[in-house]
Ligand binder design. Structure first.
Ligand code: ADP
Ligand code: G6P
Length: 488
């Protein structure tokens, strides 16, 4: 049999939804939301791979027969589930991963909470993942571990199977040394990552921060982008994650070719707004509901824009889609309440009989409706306070097949480094966002087309497939790095 790649991430690319009542007995398998899952899914579908991860359900919530049904449904998609109990979900997922690592790596140090029991659960669950990987690992296979929930996993696999090639990719920022050093257990986490042969980040800044943390905390020797770990060499490099460009382009072409009868209700309603006047525009905002995304600041900036430039009242509508995320973490609950209040305040203050300034959806949408939004909104307003990459920005530009549209993008998103032709703003500066909105409203079509042409060319060439191939090629090349050492 051909060698396979074992992809490992906490979240599988699918989410299991259990029946809500007695009459319904069907288990639903829905796609997961989030850059890691949507990006890697295209790679997984077209390659010889097995994906190991968590199904999103705590196992003590279900009986044996439901568990078997879930596993069968998951396996049909070449996925294997790691079972987590309710306590593990609480302490490993909501606790150490999302109440400590996530805020810290995004520079929200005031949101971090460390607890010993969370750390114990983090170690235990990483060991659980290691056991599952070892169960499915065959000679010649390679392992690709993803993201901050599994920082200890590479070392655990390497200790058990020293010859196996292990790649690790971090989908979120790696913070500067001054932030990272605050973390209890920082040595253990770095050593865990260094069990890999190749460690990848979205960009050079994150790579640089990691190398600086390793040399200052562990005092390991670093030679350019290679770290000496005992007798092994570990390579560090950057690979900016791309999207499935062709998929978005084709879906957008189908979408714009639809006859009036074929259009979804959402699309029809969006287009009705554009008919209000020649210069009416829809402004798109899409994220998981997360404090790193700057959603509350974005709403305040939109309110400021409507106040400062009243000529855009009745013409501007913010279509805001927020996907529920990590609802057990108090910061997310507080943010949800703040956003509800802000939307209510803005709509209450400015609405007229024929116009509501903010259209707010708090749910996940099927892919076709996401494309309805990308193709109907002439402006995208994406203003994260910190974001490893932000794939939504790339998906938006890929879906603008006639190249019109203006992207307003935060300089704090990794994607901004590849999209300098967008209107790049500081997400904390309401005035700058308001000015960018005005520029976007008034930008001539030729200028929009010219800017997007360059971005499209770039994101088409470096799509998600290219990203994965480059990573895998680089992982393969690390084998030569180890040989170099042996022959010296
Ligand atoms: P993050 O990984 O932090 O969630 P990204 O912008 O990198 O942020 O990735 C988000 C992914 O989730 C994108 O691929 C996007 O298409 C998808 N997504 C976002 N919102 C929705 C939604 N409401 N319904 C379905 N998919 C969504
Ligand atoms: C980001 C992270 C992923 C995570 C996703 C969704 O993209 O980098 O690791 O899976 O958000 O978050 P969740 O907590 O629902 O898995």
């Amino acid at each position: 049999m051909k060698n396979k790649t074992i992809i490992v991430s906490n979240r599988l690319p699918l989410n299991v939804s259990l029946p809500e009542n007695e009459e319904e007995n069907e288990i639903k398998i829905l796609p997961s939301v989030g850059g890691l899952a949507t990006g890697m899914k295209s790679i997984h579908q077209n390659s010889d791979s097995l994906w190991i991860g968590w199904s999103g359900i705590a196992t003590d919530d279900i009986d044996e027969s439901t568990r078997n049904k879930i596993n069968k449904a998951i396996q049909q998609q070449k996925c294997i589930s790691v079972d987590l109990t309710q306590d593990e979900v609480e302490d490993f997922y909501f606790g150490f991963s999302n109440d400590l690592l996530w805020p810290l790596f995004h520079y929200f140090t005031e949101y971090t909470h460390y607890k010993d029991e969370h750390w114990e659960a983090y170690k235990k669950v990483n060991r659980k993942f290691a056991e599952k990987v070892l169960e499915y690992l065959e000679d010649g296979d390679q392992v690709w571990v993803h993201d901050y929930q599994l920082l200890l996993l590479p070392q655990l696999i390497k200790e058990a199977k020293p010859n196996v090639s292990i790649g690790f990719f971090l989908h979120i920022p790696f913070p500067s040394y001054e932030i990272f050093r605050v973390l209890p257990k920082r040595e253990e986490l770095l050593k865990g990552m260094l069990g890999s042969d190749l460690i990848g980040f979205h960009n050079y800044d994150y790579e640089r921060h990691f190398i600086s943390s390793v040399s200052r905390i562990l005092r390991y020797d670093v030679n350019f982008n290679t770290i000496q770990v005992g007798r092994r060499k570990v390579k560090i490099d950057s690979f900016p994650m791309g999207i499935d460009y062709q998929k978005f382009k084709e879906a957008a072409i189908d979408n714009t070719n639809k006859s009036q009868e074929e259009k979804s209700q959402l699309k029809v309603r969006l287009e009705q707004h554009l008919q209000v006047s020649n210069d009416a525009k829809l402004i798109l905002s899409i994220d998981r509901l997360d404090y790193t995304k700057g959603i509350a600041q974005r709403l305040k900036a939109f309110e400021y824009f409507l106040t400062k430039y009243p000529q855009f009242q009745e013409k501007a509508r913010l279509v805001m889609l927020a996907v529920p995320s990590r609802e057990n973490v108090p910061q997310y609950q507080r943010l949800k309440r703040e956003i509800d209040e802000l939307v209510g305040r803005i709509n209450g203050k400015f609405s007229t009989v024929s116009w509501t300034p903010v259209w707010y959806f708090y749910r996940s949408l099927p892919f076709e409706q996401l494309i309805d939004l990308y193709t109907s909104c002439e402006i995208a307003l994406l203003t994260p306070i910190r974001d490893g990459m932000n794939l939504v920005a790339k998906e938006y530009i890929a879906s603008r097949t006639d190249r019109t549209g203006t992207l307003i993008l935060s300089e704090m998103a990794g994607a901004a480094q590849e999209m300098s032709e967008a209107l790049i703003i500081n997400p904390n500066d309401s005035n700058q966002i308001a000015e960018a909105l005005k520029v976007a409203f008034e930008m001539p079509e030729e200028e929009q087309i010219m800017r997007n042409k360059f971005i499209q060319k770039r994101i088409k060439r470096y799509d998600v497939e290219k990203w994965a191939t480059e990573f895998m090629k680089s992982l393969e090349a690390t084998k030569d790095l180890q040989k170099e050492k042996k022959t010296k």
